[in-house]
Design a binder for this molecule. Structure first.
Ligand code: PEP
Ligand code: MG
Length: 748
């Protein structure tokens, strides 16, 4: 992979490395040559290059000084030895007495017992680890600060060379970059399996000119690129667009401006050029350094700034290499891979995507909510995937297990194709049940509804055979906008939803924001426990303007039709009473202004806090219907954060205490003659759904894709038998009825 750099670099070591890059030799020979050049230049006995073979194995790939038989034989985990420590800490390790350093691990096959001094430098590309560069010497010497600095630059060039494919050889650790199959493990955020081709949200930029041919010219290029960058940011801040962006986006642009004008940043970049790097490589090296320093911080503010630095550095590199636009065409069956993505950008991709994989993100982030609403598999927290994936790579995302296979080999791909075919077959089988009722073997009919949040979900009513929309989450229109949506637009939206429902009932839930769902234009209030904080109906009742506007839009949207509204997270009767009276106040005003009114109105509450199960009888009488929001109810009942994987999974809807709470709610609704439904995620899990039905819940609302599965099991189950098993397990003192119920339903 020769690149003509001219090699007039004043820095002698980098000049020799640049020559090595230009030589027409194979990757192994180039690595060997590098170790010789570095060892000579530092007048040391040993120079070795360890490269990551997979995410946690380092392989000795070249050495001058250690036994050559150890090359490609010596491997160690990133948790082992001093070399592993350099990777783990992403920082140089410089010691004159290696054998007495904590973590020292002697590898006899290398013959390193003779060497006492050790200097290890992480090889990183844009902050992502690629390997470790090590120099060692026999006599006890601590390498100088100057040596450490020099080797940092060398390691940065080695990282860029690895990225360019300069070390391609026949060993696995020397495979061309971005070609091996890799399996990543992340967190499931939306179920389903999808296979397709990678679309990088921010296309990759390749820096091929690594070493400064002429530092003066590189400085000039850097300054020109900087002024273009500054000009772009200033233009943005002066343009009318800025008036329409929300506070947070404006803050980000201000932060960009701060970096673009920062003297410190510019002088660090210039210093990198002076030490021999090209302007683009200098930006990447600084980005890597900052990323390493700041990534250790747990401070949210600093971590956000890190994203700003990444974004602005990428922009600057793009200007320097002449690839200013990050946008590029979508491949067939695109699967989006990104560090992170905002809800608006994700909505812009819309339905064209087959799946989404994010390096950051969380189960409760906006992007997750949007991906869920688009019903595409989503896996988040997939460490380093955006550094490894290339546009167009084959990728399989399994949202059920959180496993992402990049460039899968044939057997892995086949296993997934089989899984997808089986799921498809299962769905086909369930489709046959579409027009049959969900009546259990002992004759109890359960009404199955679907959850929705976007207009494009509505056709699923027909396809799934759902009887109505048991939960319409209205926050997506608010989350996706930059300002509070206009009333008329919302009214039109609600009207379209009712049109698309073709007379079937739609239960609109009023805005459920706060906690993890923060509107981009909403002022943030730091709260120690946001899930228990100022959210949902609490926020609505203290900011009545937005609530009234939304109710008005719903009333107008439902002109001459039935309107069902429910309020989220009601914790006490008074909240419900107040929200309901606001609704009737708004309705009365609409009447006075001669707006067409809904033909009928039902006002319900979501039961998502244990306290509401114990509300006065009047509450159950006054609510036209009640819908159990099991996701929140479970988290508050068990005091287990629904977004925290560590505790969330400990508690099961089939826990006897939770089922007893459901039984209590069923009884209270029954005696008040109030319709009850359950719309949390458990309604869509067949065994949980059958148990909820056995406890007396007669309406379940779930994702459309779950309806067939749930109906299939209900039709085969004997609810009375399920109930008596639950009762006997409770009497025996079991914690969860799951094991017994699973056995009971095994043959269904
Ligand atoms: C719930 O809490 O169960 C629910 C349906 O609401 P959300 O998941 O939107 O909080
Ligand atoms: Mg909820």
């Amino acid at each position: 992979m020769p690149v003509d750099t001219g090699a007039k670099n004043p820095h002698p070591l980098l000049t020799r490395i640049s020559d090595a890059l230009n030589k027409d030799i194979d990757g192994q020979a180039r690595l060997d040559l590098l170790t010789t050049i570095i060892a000579d230049s530092l007048e040391t006995d040993v120079c070795s290059i360890y490269l990551l073979r997979d995410s946690d194995t380092l392989e000795l790939c070249a050495t001058r000084g250690l036994k050559s038989q150890a090359v490609h034989k010596t491997r160690l985990r990133t948790s082992q030895g001093l070399v592993g420590r350099v990777i783990q800490q992403a920082a140089p390790l410089n010691t004159a007495d290696a054998p007495n350093e904590p973590g020292f691990r002697y590898m006899p096959e290398t013959g390193e017992e003779d060497y006492r001094s050790f200097l290890g430098i992480p090889i990183q590309h844009r902050g992502y680890s690629r390997g470790v560069l090590v120099v060692q010497s026999k006599f006890q010497r601590k390498f100088s600060d100057e040596d450490v600095e020099n080797l940092k630059f060398v390691a940065s060039v080695v990282a860029e060379m690895a990225e360019l494919g300069a070390f391609v050889g026949k060993e696995k650790a020397l495979a061309p970059p971005h070609t091996l199959p890799i399996q990543f493990h992340g967190t499931c955020a939306q179920e389903g399996v999808a296979s397709g081709n990678v679309h990088l949200h921010e296309g990759r930029v390749i820096v091929s000119n690594l070493v400064a041919e002429n530092p003066e010219a590189e400085r000039k290029r850097l300054r020109q690129a900087m002024s273009k960058l500054k000009g772009g940011v200033d233009e943005l801040l002066l343009s009318p667009i800025i008036d329409n962006v929300d506070g947070e986006s404006r803050e980000v642009i201000q932060a960009y401006r701060m970096f673009a004008n920062s003297r410190g940043w510019l002088s660090r970049l210039e210093a990198n050029i002076d030490r021999g790097l090209s302007a683009a490589a200098a930006v990447e090296m600084e980005q890597s350094e900052v990323r390493t320093r700041m990534a250790r911080s747990t401070d949210k503010y600093l971590r956000d700034r890190l994203d700003d630095i990444d974004a602005i550095s990428n922009k600057l590199v793009r200007i320097l290499v002449g690839q200013e636009s990050a946008s590029h065409e979508l491949p067939e069956n695109p699967i989006l891979v990104a560090k992170n993505i905002g809800p608006v950008e994700l909505l812009e991709y819309g339905r064209s995507l087959r799946g989404v994989v994010l390096e950051e993100g969380s189960v409760g982030s906006h992007a997750t909510i949007i991906a869920r609403s688009l019903a595409i598999p989503l896996v988040v927290n997939v460490s380093e995937i955006s550094a490894e994936a290339l546009d167009g790579d084959r990728i399989i995302v399994d949202g059920d297990t959180g496993i992402v296979n990049l460039r899968p080999d044939a057997p892995v791909a086949q296993a997934y194709y089989d899984k997808m075919a089986m799921l498809e077959k299962e769905q086909n089988k369930y489709r046959q049940l579409r027009n049959f009722p969900a009546t259990s073997k002992d004759g109890v009919t359960i009404s199955l509804h679907m959850n929705a949040g976007l207009l494009p979900h509505l056709p699923s009513l027909e396809i799934s055979g759902a009887e109505g929309v048991g939960l319409f989450r209205t926050e997506l229109q608010f989350l996706a906008a930059n300002t509070v949506p206009k009333r008329e637009r919302l009214a039109k939206h609600y009207s379209n939803v009712l049109d698309a429902a073709k007379g079937k009932r739609v239960a609109f839930r009023t805005l459920d924001i706060g906690s993890d769902k923060i509107l981009p234009y909403m002022k943030r209030h730091e709260e120690p426990n946001p899930a228990l904080g100022w959210r949902a109906i609490r926020l609505a009742l203290s900011r009545k303007g937005t609530l009234k506007m939304q109710l008005q839009a719903m009333i107008r949207g439902a002109a001459n039709r039935n309107l069902s509204i429910m309020f989220p997270l009601v914790a006490e009767f008074d909240e419900f009473r107040e929200a309901k009276s606001i609704f009737f106040e708004v309705l009365e005003r609409e009447r006075q202004y001669d707006h067409e009114l809904p033909a009928s109105v039902e006002i319900g509450a979501m039961l998502e806090t244990p306290s509401l199960a114990f509300a006065p009888d009047q509450f159950f009488k006054e609510a036209d219907f009640i819908s159990i929001g099991g996701n929140d109810l479970k988290q508050f009942f068990f005091a287990a954060d629904r977004e925290n994987e560590r505790v969330r999974r400990l508690y099961d809807a089939l826990n006897v205490s939770f089922l007893s709470l459901i039984e209590k709610i069923v009884e209270r609704c029954r005696s008040a003659n109030t319709p009850l439904s359950f719309c949390g995620e458990d309604a869509g899990l067949p065994i949980s759904a059958v148990c909820l039905a056995a406890m007396g819940v007669r309406t379940l609302s779930m994702r459309p894709a779950s309806i067939g599965r749930v109906k299939n099991l209900i039709r085969k189950a004997d609810l009375a038998a399920v109930r008596s098993t639950i009762d006997s397990e409770r009497a025996k003192g079991a914690s969860s009825v799951r094991p017994r119920i699973e056995r009971l339903l095994e043959d269904c």
